[in-house]
Design a protein around this ligand. Sequence first.
Ligand SMILES: Cc1cc2nc3c(=O)[nH]c(=O)nc-3n(C[C@H](O)[C@H](O)[C@H](O)COP(=O)(O)OP(=O)(O)OC[C@H]3O[C@@H](n4cnc5c(N)ncnc54)[C@H](O)[C@@H]3O)c2cc1C
Length: 300
Amino acid sequence: MTSTRSIGKFEYKKPGSLRTTLRILSNKGADARILAGGTDLIPQIKQGQISPSLVLDVKNVPELNRLDWNEDRGLRIGAAVPLSKLLTFVAISERYSILAQACSVIGSMQIRNRGTIGGNICNAAPSADSAPALLCLGARAIVASKNGNRKINLDDFFMAPGKTSIGADELLVEIEVPTPPAHSAGCYMRHTTREEMDIAVAGVASFLTIAPRSKKLKEVRIALGAVAPTPLRVHGAEALLIGKSVTERIIEEVAEEAAEEAKPISDIRASAEYRRELVKVLTRRTLWKSCEMLGIEIQR
Ligand SMILES: Cc1cc2nc3c(=O)[nH]c(=O)nc-3n(C[C@H](O)[C@H](O)[C@H](O)COP(=O)(O)OP(=O)(O)OC[C@H]3O[C@@H](n4cnc5c(N)ncnc54)[C@H](O)[C@@H]3O)c2cc1C
C-alpha cells in the first residue's frame, strides 16, 4: 500500500515580471523556493525534504524565457526555458552538441517538457547531467537580486549537494555559454543502471580544442558528474594533455588521473570503487570520441 504524507501549507505566487519577483525575494527569500518546471522541487516538497512557506513560480518572467545565440555574445539560455526547447534550437544542435547530448538524456520527454536547465543546475545534484557539459563549455550563471546582477563562473557555482553560491534573495536569470572556439569538439557520456529515466551513476564530459596544423591540444576540459559532492573539473587530468599530440598511452594516463581526482561515495546505486572505474572508462571513451569528431588520428 502506498503511504501518503500531508504537505505543509504554502503560499503560491506567479509574478509576471522580474522586478516583482526580485522584490518578493528580497522580503521573503529565506522562506521562499523558486519553482521552474517543478520536477525536482515538487517531489522534494511531497517527500517532506523541504517545506517552504512560499513557492514562487518564475515561468511567466519574460527575462527567464529568452533563448538566443550570436557569434560574439554566445548562447543565452533563460533559466525557465524547458529542456525540450533547447533540443530543438538550431544553434545548440549545430554548435553546442555536447550540451544537446547532455540535455537529451535527462528524464523522459515529459520531464524535458517541464524541466529546465536552470532547475537542473540550481538543484545542485552531483548527478545533474547538464553540469559537466556546461563546465566544459565555460558557462556563466547570471544571477539577479534587488541590488543588481552578478556573474558566477560555473566552476564557482556548485558548493555542496543541493547548495549553490546563489543567495536567498537572488534568482538565476540566465546561463551564458560562450561560442566554442574553432577546431573544438566534445561529448558527454554517462552510465545508468537502467537505460532510461535513471540518474547517472557516473558521467563524464570531455571537450578538446586543437591547433589545426600540428593537431596538438591547445585547450582541454574534462568534467565529472555523480562522483563527488559537486560536479567538478579534473584539472590535473586536463593538464596532462595540453600541448601534446594524442596517443593511446596519454589517454590511459589521463583516464587514470581523472579517476584519482574523483571523490566518489558508495551508495544504493554503486560502490565508490565501481564509480572510480566508470570514470576511467568514460573519460577514455569521451576522449576517443572527441578525437574522432576532430578528425585526429590517435597514435599507438
Ligand atoms: C522521473 C525523473 C527523472 C529525472 N531524470 C533526470 C536525469 O536523467 N538527469 C538529471 O540531471 N535530472 C533528472 N531529473 C531531475 C530534474 O528533472 C532535473 O534536474 C530538471 O532539470 C529540474 O528542472 P526544473 O525546472 O523542473 O527544476 P525545479 O524543480 O523547478 O527546481 C529545482 C531547484 O532549483 C531551484 N530553482 C529553479 N529555478 C531557479 C532559478 N531561476 N533561480 C534560483 N533557483 C532556481 C528550485 O528552487 C529548486 O530548488 C529527473 C526528475 C524526475 C522526476
